[in-house]
Ligand binder design. Structure first.
Ligand SMILES: Cc1ncc(COP(=O)(O)O)c(C=O)c1O
Length: 414
């Protein structure tokens, strides 16, 4: 068993694991070692109970009827909005729009920021962006005959700052990831936002991987839009959020049209609802939004700073252990302070899917493939990688299991 230099970490893992029923199950007769958290995290009992409580006790549509059940559901739904506001330190609940995931949130942001784009205007993204923060901009650039610029990644797996500075010249929009889902790189969002603003560009920050792992303060960062997905931070699937500065959301056109997002409908014209409901057309994913509050409570109770310290300790242990494996290459920064606990790697010439299959037989769940980042794969010169991603219920025993599993992969395939 691994003996890390700093044995004490700020989370009580034994207690935490009891909250996650799925961690009790076995996979192929082995203890489940769940290391696919960048794809989606497991759910604590508190979140599962909140979904069941809604359907068992106050299932009703929201914002419409005056009966008690509808009032209770509306209050719980809006209560989640308040918790998201506090979690990312937005100025008001008007700035928090519920979507179905981070992808939809980024698409809404793209529509908001590009409605007045003219031919030749410049949109800047980076090589390390997830497809969800790349494809919408690429397609809008084509539609509007705008220019799409892609900022390079350095050999140290960071955004190339001099390339960034020059590509931001004259740009209208800069969209980038706060934390890479492949490299683990945590980008200096505050600094890059300042540079983009100085050059006159709006900033859209993809927080799908940062919000679950590090404290986020959108006012301090200064970004104009910020997107997250609930399912990557203990919450249910089907819920995302877009933060947008109030004055920008007020000016932006709605994304989807229909019920709930209108104020008045006449035969020849329609007026829009107040913020944030202008962006929430049709019946929302009520149960899952309500249950997301339980996830936010869970994270807040543990403390995001504690969680970050825990993951930095895990990072140190993973980097130390995996460096002992011959021919194993990790794609990402070596400094635990500059990265999250997501590790993309290749092992010799072994195919990433073979690694994942052998680890699966050991009860270890990782992901293999291009991780929705084909531009980055092309840059790294590989078709795919394996990826192990850790979260608050993962401990040194999981690092140990991964390391043993990878030794086994070598044994089996050599
Ligand atoms: C960096 C990043 N952005 C966006 C997304 C999209 O999230 P979702 O699939 O929940 O919309 C992901 C998902 O893996 C991601 O890692």
């Amino acid at each position: 068993m691994l003996e890390p230099e700093i044995a004490a970490h700020p989370l009580d893992l034994e207690k935490i694991r009891l909250d996650f029923p799925i961690l009790k199950r076995t996979v192929h007769g082995k203890r489940l070692v769940y290391l696919d958290n960048a794809a989606t995290t497991q759910k604590p009992q508190q979140v599962i109970d909140a979904i069941s409580d809604y359907y068992s006790n106050y299932n009703s549509n929201i914002h419409r009827s005056v009966h008690l059940l509808a009032e209770e559901a509306t209050e719980a739904f809006e209560n989640t909005r308040l918790k998201v506001q506090n979690f990312i330190n937005a100025q008001s609940t008007d700035e928090i729009v519920f979507t179905k995931n981070a992808t939809e949130a980024l698409n809404v942001a793209a529509r908001c920021t590009t409605s007045s784009l003219k031919p030749g205007d410049k949109i800047v993204v980076t090589e390390m962006d997830h497809h969800s923060n790349f494809v919408p901009w690429q397609q809008i650039a084509k539609e509007k005959r705008a220019q799409l610029e892609i900022v390079f990644t350095t050999e140290d797996y960071e955004i190339d700052e001099s390339d960034l500075e020059s590509k931001l010249d004259g740009a209208k929009i800069f969209a980038f990831t706060h934390m890479s889902n492949v490299l683990g790189t945590i980008n200096n969002a505050r600094k890059f936002t300042r540079i983009a603003h100085e050059k006159g560009a709006l900033v859209v920050l993809d927080g799908a991987q940062s919000a679950p792992h590090i404290p986020v303060n959108v006012q301090d960062i200064g970004c104009d839009y910020f997107a997250l997905s609930a399912h990557k931070m203990l919450g249910p699937t089907g819920v995302g959020c877009l933060y947008g500065k109030r004055d920008l959301l007020l000016k932006a056109p709605p994304f989807l049209l229909g019920g709930d997002m209108i104020r008045e409908v006449h035969r020849d014209r329609t007026t829009w609802n107040d913020l944030p409901w202008k962006f929430e057309a049709g019946t929302s994913n009520i149960a899952d939004v309500i249950a997301f509050a339980a996830a936010l409570d869970y994270l807040t109770r543990l403390g995001m700073k504690n969680l970050q310290i825990h993951e930095q300790e895990i990072c140190k242990a993973v980097l130390a252990e995996l460096s002992k494996i011959e021919d194993l290459e990790i794609y990402g920064p070596k400094d635990p302070e500059r990265r999250g606990a997501v590790f993309a790697f290749n092992l010799g010439g072994i195919h990433a899917h073979d690694i994942a299959s052998i680890l699966d037989a050991e009860g270890i769940a990782i992901r293999s493939g291009h991780h929705c980042a084909q531009i980055l794969m092309e840059k790294l010169g590989v078709p795919a990688t394996s990826r192990a991603s850790f979260y608050l219920y993962n401990g040194y025993d999981d690092v140990d299991a991964l390391s043993k599993g990878l030794h086994k992969v070598r044994e089996v395939l050599n």
